[in-house]
Each structure stands twice: as structure tokens, then as C-alpha cells.
Design a binder for this molecule. Sequence first.
Ligand code: PDD
Length: 291
Amino acid sequence: MPRISYVNGAYVPHQRACVHIEDRGFVFADGVYEVIGLINGKYADECGHLDRLERSMRELQINPPKTRDAIRFIMRELVRRNRLQNAAIYLQVTRGTAKRDFKFPTADTPSTLVMMCWPFNYDANPNVQNGVKVCSVPDQRWARRDIKTVALLPQVLAKQKAAEQGCYEALMLDGDGMINEGGASNFWIYKDGVLKTHQADQSILKGVTRTAVCDIAAKHNIKIVEGPFGLDEAINADEAFCTSATALIVPVVQIDDHVLGDGKPGPLARKIYHYYRDYADHEKQQLYWVY
Ligand code: PDD
């Protein structure tokens, strides 16, 4: 069955899914995106992802290309056409196509909306089962990391460096050696019964999965601190893990040359993974209008 993607109003074979060479996403990385998990036919935290997409557009003054209901409808139609039950769904909005000029184009320039999806096996992710190695790199991103923009070159370089070292993720360190987050995930440590993650400010992306894990921890009386911590603290943690929409909760078993604990996924990471899966399985799905 051919893979189908969505580009500005049309469902097209994936190989022919293209935007214009003067699309501002292509020329200036002038766009925002979301990645949403479809787990056993359910959209995980759909509302949180669409809230964040709208916030990202607002922060950058990008006109929403469609209403939220229309976006939700397109997403479902795309999933239906690709016959997927377990998938990652990618949405990108850019400021549209206009003659190359740094300042914003005229207000009537339509924003670009593209979507694609690919199968994702949430039940058999070896990273979740075995844990992963991560390495530390300097955080070279801009100052508004709370906006989910497609300007991802620092993450591309960081994750390439990680891959070259056999690592799953790169931990992005600020100038003082404090850990902001992963290249494409939020980072957590657990020590002496306290779970810690970076505070949600402009130096990290406030992950939708991060928010769900905070709620899960509160519900299960797991103490959480949202605040800064450095590489030294992480290396000495009992456990660590990364969270994101596709990877969900991935245990970290090694940071640079330091093996955490016995080098196996820790019990808390496993527990939170199972709590999250249970939460995603039972999450109430929003109704949507059929046009
Ligand atoms: N990345 N931090 C960064 C820098 C990210 O890129 C991501 C997600 C997260 C986790 O956010 P969430 O839980 O909402 O997925 C944190 C996605 C998955 C990506 O770029 O592929």
C-alpha cells in the first residue's frame, strides 16, 4: 500500500509530497512542528500537542493554516489512508511561500501545512527494554527553546555526535555544565526517592510527555522537583530517563563513560513507563466534527 502524506489541502503519494523552493520553512527554517503518537489507535495527548502547536505559531506570529478541528480531521484522514494503528504523526506549519525576503511576507500569504506519518511499534522498542547510552554536548541552540521550531541544526549536529559514539541521545549542557534536556527529549534523574527534571522555562521545550509524567508522579505520590541539575548530579543518580512523544519513557543506563547503577533500566523508569502506557490506553479521546 503506498504511503500517503498531506500537503496544503491534498493527500498525495509520499514520494510526490513537496513544498515550493521558496517555502519559508525550506529557506529560513521559519516554521514550527509537532510529533504526536498514535498508540493502539489512540492519539496520545493530542490536546497538549495541538495546544503547543498553537502556542508556537502565536509566539512566532504565524497564521494558523486551519482550525484545530480541521487539523484533527486531516490527521485522522491521513491515518485512515495509511491504515495505521500505531504510528508517529508529524505536523509542520511554515509561514508559507513568498519571494525570499527576511521580513514577514504580507498577511494574506497562506501558511503551509504538511503532515506525514509512519508506523511505530510502541510495544517492542529495544531502547525501552534495554535502556540507552547518552553523551553530553554543549547546547548551541537559540534562546527560545520553548518554541518547537523546525530550526533543528544544533540538534542534528548533537544527535549525529551521539550516534557516532553509539549513543541514543545527546544531553544538552548550558555554559555552567547544567543539563537542559536531550536533543529531542526531556531528561530526568531519580535519586533518594526524588524525581528531578529541568524547570519549564525558555531554555527547554516543555514536553507534552513531560507534563503527563509530572501528573503521573503526582498521582502516585512520587516526589518531583523541577529545577536545575548538573552532569555530576546526573552521573550519581540512582536512575535516569528521557521522555518524548515517540520514545515515551526511555531508561538511561550510561552517561558519557559513567554507568548508572547496575547498567540496567531502573525500577522507577519501568514503573513510569507502564503508568504512561496505561494513561495513554485510557485517555479520553476528544470528539471531532466530521465535515
Ligand atoms: N521531540 N525536548 C526537545 C528538544 C524535543 O525535540 C522534544 C520532542 C521533547 C519532548 O517533547 P514531547 O514529550 O512533547 O514529545 C523535548 C520530538 C519527538 C521530535 O522532534 O521528534
